[in-house]
Ligand binder design. Structure first.
Ligand SMILES: C[S@@+](CC[C@H](N)C(=O)[O-])C[C@H]1O[C@@H](n2cnc3c(N)ncnc32)[C@H](O)[C@@H]1O
Length: 464
């Protein structure tokens, strides 16, 4: 039976703390009472009269796009006051009696917390994940994993971002992922110095609690409708025939294209700066040949590796400064960042490596797009479109304002019966402008590849 625990349950709570955590991680009575006094909650799971599992949590405001706003120490993290309109539930601790582990109790409790949190209007679940294989923990029968320690060290010292799979090398982080489906957002050093097995550091875990009806979720559905398998097939053939074996996809979105390339034998590193996109990719587009990283491509100089090909497609480069952050759109900043991005991409290429970038086509092949099941019509200054599927309906408009260099998309629709609206603004870049920026980096060759199944974008390739 799952039930809320109160001050009156304090002795049982303390017993379970002792039974489930190593001594340096056990919260003291005064701390637990302080947390309850702050309005934090504890859900307990009873077998008969026996408290066998419990989860402590609180509500807060959290911005997955800006992990720097996350508390810097476990003390600040676990003693947060509750704001008026929280958007996230924070899991402070999850304790299970050792002899009752591996019976789904953790999943049951986390599910109950998720339901509770949704009633409070929360969108995200967040937690600070331990990673005891960093130093090893004999008490927990966990060996040190030098590879994992090295990956975290490279991130903290050199900024080399771990892939989502890298985090799973730690058995406890892998357990958190298995039980909750969480992704990994950031690593905070010196978060909990007493946690020697984890090297004092913590990994921020995050999860979307509900159906996500946002720009990224909408894009993830649309990409599967808009890009036929023929395009992915053709793109993979083109790359393989060009001698490409390793690909870096910048702005990989939900991983639809990266996974398609990996399935055809290419080795892909796929990154995106939007936590929601990486979350969707990590959960929906997993393939052993793809490494997903939550990373801004403007930071790519921190990566040591070089690739046979860098791809930035789906008009991603034009959204460099504005994906999901319309209020921040400014054409001058966007233009500068696009120029910077092309430079960064070239530096990630091996000698004779190939850059593949696109921008919107100046005129669309309407008939070919209709064949993919997208109803589309060009109107003065824009494009109207409608997509209808069993569980998904979207009707919208794309407007081009060449003078202001602005491309604005907006639409309304329903996803599984729920209404939503979306809008996005990005830089409107002509193929000529993109070509000029690429040429300014003195490529040895520049050309437009023959990809008839690419219905939407004007692709330019260049050789380093
Ligand atoms: C229009 S979507 C395209 C996604 C995917 N490439 C496709 O073809 O479906 C643009 C993507 O670029 C990502 N993006 C924009 N600027 C970025 C940056 N500086 N670093 C990494 N990703 C970025 C966005 O988060 C978004 O997922």
């Amino acid at each position: 039976m799952i039930t809320q625990l109160h001050e009156g349950n304090i002795e049982e709570i303390l017993d379970l703390e002792k039974g489930s955590f190593i001594p340096q991680l056990q919260a003291e009575k005064s701390t637990i009472l302080k947390r309850l006094g702050l309005g934090h909650s504890i859900l307990g799971n009873y077998e008969g009269n026996d408290l066998v599992a419990m989860v402590s949590y609180l509500y807060t405001n959290f911005n997955p796009r800006d992990p720097s706003t996350f508390p810097k120490t476990h003390k600040d993290f676990s003693l947060q006051p509750i704001p008026e309109n929280p958007n996230a539930v924070v899991i402070i601790s999850l304790g299970i009696k050792p002899e009752r582990r591996a019976r789904g109790l953790a999943q049951e409790l986390l599910k109950a917390v998720g339901e509770e949190a949704k009633k409070h209007g929360c969108l995200y679940g967040v937690a600070d994940g331990r990673c005891p294989s960093y130093n090893g923990s004999p008490q927990e029968d966990i060996k040190q994993n030098p590879e994992f320690k090295n990956i975290i060290g490279q991130y903290l010292n050199k900024g080399i971002v771990p892939s989502q799979e890298d985090f799973l090398k730690d058995p406890l982080l892998a357990f958190y992922h298995r039980t909750s489906g969480c992704g990994f957002l950031d690593v905070i050093p010196d978060f909990f110095p007493e946690d020697e097995p984890s090297g004092g550091l913590r990994v921020i875990l995050y999860k979307y609690l509900d159906k996500i009806i946002s720009l990224s979720k909408e894009w993830s559905i649309l990409a599967r409708i808009m890009y036929g398998q023929e395009y992915i097939e053709q793109l993979a053939d083109f790359l393989i025939q060009s001698g490409v074996e390793t690909v870096l996809e910048c702005g990989c979105g939900d991983g639809y294209i990266s996974k398609g390339l990996a399935e055809r034998g290419l080795k892909v590193t796929a990154l995106d700066s939007d936590p929601e996109m990486v979350y969707l990719a990590f959960n929906n587009s997993v393939h052993p040949n793809v490494d997903y990283k939550l990373m801004n491509w403007l930071d790519l100089d921190k990566l040591a590796e070089k690739f046979d090909c860098v791809i930035c497609r789906g008009n991603s480069i034009s959204s460099v400064s504005s994906w999901g952050k319309e209020e921040e759109y400014n054409p001058n900043i966007a233009r500068e960042r696009i120029k910077k991005s092309i430079g960064v991409f070239f530096r990630r290429l091996k000698d004779n490596g190939m850059l593949y970038v696109d921008t919107t086509k100046e005129s669309l092949d309407i008939d070919a797009i209709r064949k993919l099941g997208v109803d589309i019509a060009e109107t003065g200054g824009g494009i109207e479109f409608e997509v209808k599927r069993e569980d998904f309906h979207l009707k919208g408009k794309i407007e081009h304002d060449l003078a202001r260099r602005t491309r604005r998309t907006y639409g309304r629709g329903t996803l599984e019966g729920e209404e939503f609206s979306v809008s996005s603004t990005s830089y409107l870049m002509t193929p000529g402008e993109l070509e000029g920026i690429i040429r300014s980096h003195n490529p040895s060759e520049i050309w437009i590849p023959n990809l008839p199944h690419e219905r939407y974008y004007h692709v330019i390739c260049a050789m380093k």
